[in-house]
Design a protein around this ligand. Sequence first.
Ligand code: BGC
Length: 348
Amino acid sequence: MKKLISLFLCLAMVLCAMSALAEGQKVGVSMPTKDLQRWNQDGENMEKQLVEAGYSVDLQFASNDVQQQLNQVTNMINNGVDVIVIAAIEGSSLGSALDLAKEKGIPVIAYDRLLMESDAVSYYATFDNYMVGTVQGNYVKEALDLDNAEGPFALEITAGDPGDNNANYFYSGALDVLKPYIEAGKLTVKSGQTEFTDVATPTWKTEVAQNRASSILASFYADGSNIDVWLCSNDSTALGVTNALEDGYDGEWPIITGQDCDISNVKNMIAGKQSMSVFKDTRTLAAQVVKMVGQILAGETVDVNDTETYDNGKIVVPSYLCEPVFADVNNYAELLVESGYYTADQLQ
Ligand code: BGC
């Protein structure tokens, strides 16, 4: 019994010492924007979990303005944060701030989006971005039964922001699945726009995706022909495409893919307007990053599960990839509501 009590005392002392250690330490968290739902959730989850672990937190959002993010990150470094976590607006634009972090010996964690062209990036935590694309591509393949059906099916593609390294992975993952069917003529792209540069959506903006989709609809589908599938890399672009279809398309409603499970898009899934999304539980990513922060500051080995994929142009950044999960109208309740991610009311 005595042994048990002293074991408990010991454990309590270690825990106290750990949180006392964390208490003096400050983590800077830089998020790209409050405009898109997911970054608000990422910011909130990071702040909550870091505070629970005993750190003080400087959380800033940068209104999708590259200069603003650069200033915010520079200020965090000058104000003496111990670690900095950054989800970049534009992966290559924070060079001078990253150099400063390196000079001051402040570890940098790239959050969700890789920081490019810098050797000052210590770690990267994200979801498996290529897998997000393959989940979308495989969904289309199965929904249209591309191996057996005769087709041809009409496809259009909307991808993400060229300044975001993730966007290419999403696009490549999906296209690696669908390209053979495009080449075989089973999928036809009437607009002729299939290259990433043609289908990209700068800053992932809904309105930009909507305008491009409207112009494709007016130019290639005004004769009443159907679109069978509109591959969209994420939910903000899927929303733009959905709006454009609602405004200027009379054919059969196409398969639309997405990513993030944003509230408006989950509502669209329930209403039958969006076919699927990819759920990236921001609580999981935040927990992984908080763990990384703790390991870095304690001088422990940092958990990574990929040391090959993410070359940022200067170094291959050791990464932890969380697993994205397929979501549709059949599993959203379990995935999103029962898990406490959203309340049922939020999705009404
Ligand atoms: C994220 C996606 C998100 C997109 C737009 C990407 O970097 O990985 O989850 O939809 O940015 O914010």
